[in-house]
Each structure stands twice: as structure tokens, then as C-alpha cells.
Design a protein around this ligand. Sequence first.
Ligand SMILES: Nc1nc2c(ncn2[C@@H]2O[C@H](COP(=O)(O)OP(=O)(O)OP(=O)(O)O)[C@@H](O)[C@H]2O)c(=O)[nH]1
Ligand SMILES: [Mg+2]
Length: 390
Amino acid sequence: MKLVVVGFGQCGGRVADEFARLNRRAKGQRGIEIITGAFAINTDSADLSGLSTIRPDYQHRILIGGRKTGGHGVGKINELGAEIAREDADKVVDAMRTVRRLSESDAFLLIASAAGGTGSGALPIMTQHVKERYMDKPIYCLIVLPFEHEESSEARSIYNTAICLKSVSSVADAIFLVDNQRYIRKDFSLKNNLAKINALIAEPFYNLLCAGEEKKGKYIGARTVDAGDILQTLSGWSAIGFGQSAIPIFKRLRASSHFRKKSAETNKGTHAMDEAVNELSITCNPADASRAIYLVSAPAKEINMDMFKELGDYLRGIAPKATIRDGDYPREKHTLDITLILSELSDVAKIRDYYTKSTLLIPEFKRRQEETESKLKTMDEVGKDIPSLL
Ligand SMILES: Nc1nc2c(ncn2[C@@H]2O[C@H](COP(=O)(O)OP(=O)(O)OP(=O)(O)O)[C@@H](O)[C@H]2O)c(=O)[nH]1
Ligand SMILES: [Mg+2]
């Protein structure tokens, strides 16, 4: 599957840069192209210069709203991010026309954090514009949700997130929810290591995008997952997860213990699936998913029908309403990897929570605005007799 990837704001740009790196890896290791174009859009010129893999010209790292912000971002005001995106939308959409293999691209993936200003505001507006211009291609969004400490220290984070989620949900074909907090659950040192988190966010997409693009027979699975399967799966709120089991280089089990060998193989599969479910990019209940897809990537000899049966039964057990698609990809050498997507989720507690909290915040933000305006008025009043130089 081939994507055009566009990141908005600091977080969006960095995650898009990570996808550009995945593409470089796919080309280098596998001779495959999975990203046909990678772009970063920002109101902050320093953030654009900090990227490493997206092409460094003005058509791929695009500064918007330069006159309004002086190239320094919108300071978390996502209404301003949205306004700037509206004004500069043509500049962004036109840049995408330069993608050499646009017609072969299967979908767009637009990325941003929900809590900031530029990405949060620009994402819904640009999703709408790209959709209007490229009606034949689905538009997917990947939205990064804030850390807990940001939510508790800054009410604006929650407010921006709710606005961004609500706006995007009415225009995007599917939305991957990625909760920053989930990535520091196990490893707290990640709190200050956004680069590592970004790599973890992008990694599950690697095999999934490569599988359908393979040209060499020996790497094409018995049940291929291609762009069509992924397009059929993605709809509405979605989560992505990744799990891995190591495969020992020297197997100690003798050929005679055939049964034990088989069961050890299926165990590796269920272990990886378990991890993929536990490591989903957002906490959700698989029972709320209407669609799911999983891809098993492992050496060809590790993949068998019993494993698929077991994995299928396992997933059916936890996601009984879902239409499940699956596939294999005989590529990896020393691991068995599973990428899992749960899609068309009918409920995500975290989204409900943002909506509830934000609704309560609206009067508070209104009050703060009125208070600021009234204080300014009082100050102007006090200084009304002072002469001005203008
Ligand atoms: N995973 C991840 N999260 C990030 C990264 N950079 C920022 N964030 C998160 O994104 C949110 C802040 O949004 P930014 O992307 O920095 O904001 P912006 O879109 O550039 O908007 P302004 O700076 O306000 O103009 C916070 O929740 C951060 O934790 C990153 O590189 N990776
Ligand atoms: Mg910024």
C-alpha cells in the first residue's frame, strides 16, 4: 500500500518524518516504495528545519501563516491554526500535485497532535480540502493525544483535543488514535524521548504497508494483505497495535516431537497477538470494533494454518462483532510480528471523556475571555487622558 503522508505542526511533522524514514528503510532493505510523498506543514520555521528525512525544499517543508505568526507558531490557539490553514490551503494542496506517483497512491495519511495549536487547527481544515480535491482517494488521519501531565496542567490541551477530534471525525474516512501516555506506561524514560515514541508510533505500519507491495514470489504470503484489504477495514475511530515473539535461531525441539513443535508455534502467534492487543495505540474495548485486520510477519516455515485458526478464534472471542481480515507476510527472519488494526470503534471512553470535560470548560474559557477584555477596557479607561505618539 502506498501513502502520501502529510504532517501538521511540530508533532505531525516529526511523525511524518518518521514515515519518510520507514520508506527509506523499505527501499533500502526491500526495494519497495510505501510512501510516495512526505510533507511537513507548520507555522513554525524552526520546527521545519529540525526535520531530517522529509525533503528540505519549500515544496515539502511548507511554512504557512508566516505573516501572521512571524514563523513562530500559533502558541496553542487552534482557532488561529485553523484560520491560517484555511487561508493557505491551496498552497498545501498544490504541493501535493508534485507527487510523482500520485495516481498510484492508495490513500492520504494526515498527521497532527490534537493538543497544540497549528496541527490541531490545521488538520480538520486540510482534511476537508484534500478530500474535496482528491475525491477518489480515502483520507486517513493519525491524531496524537496529549500526555496526562499536559491535560492536568493546561485545560487548553483538553479543549483543543476535543475540538480537533470532533471536527476531524466528520471529514476523515478513518482516524488512528494514538495516545502519547500509552507509550510511557512501561518505560517512563520515554517521557522525555519523543523521538523514540515517534518511532514506536510508525513501526506497526511498516510490514502492513510493505506486504502488498512485494514483487518477489518468496515474500508473497499465502493470504496476502494488500491495499484493498486495508481500505476495506479502515473506517471511523481506529487503533493500531504491534506484538512480537522471538524465534530462537537454533531450535532444540527434535522433529519427532511434532505435536509440541506445532503448539509452540501457535503459542508464539498468540503471544504476539496478546501483545498487539495490549499495546494498542489507544485504550479501547475490542468488542466495540466492527472491523479488524491482522498481519502475521514471520519466516515462511513458522506460519501455518493452525496458527491462523487459533489467532482467528482468539480475535473473534474478544471482538465478536468484527469482520476480521487476515494475512501472512513471509519476510521476517528471527521474529514473529503481528500488526493489528481495530476499526469502526463504536465507543472510545477517552474521546467521550474529552467531550464531557470540554463542554464543562466552554463557560470557563468564555469567562476568562470576558475577564481579559474587561481588564483591558479598564486599563484603557485609566489611561484615556495620556497623550499618544501615534
Ligand atoms: N508523540 C509526540 N508528541 C509530540 C511531539 N511533539 C509534540 N508532541 C505533543 O503534541 C502536543 C503539542 O502539540 P505540537 O505538535 O507541539 O503543537 P503545534 O501543532 O506545533 O502547534 P503550536 O506549537 O501551538 O503552534 C503535546 O501534547 C505534545 O506532547 C512529538 O514529536 N511526538
Ligand atoms: Mg509548534
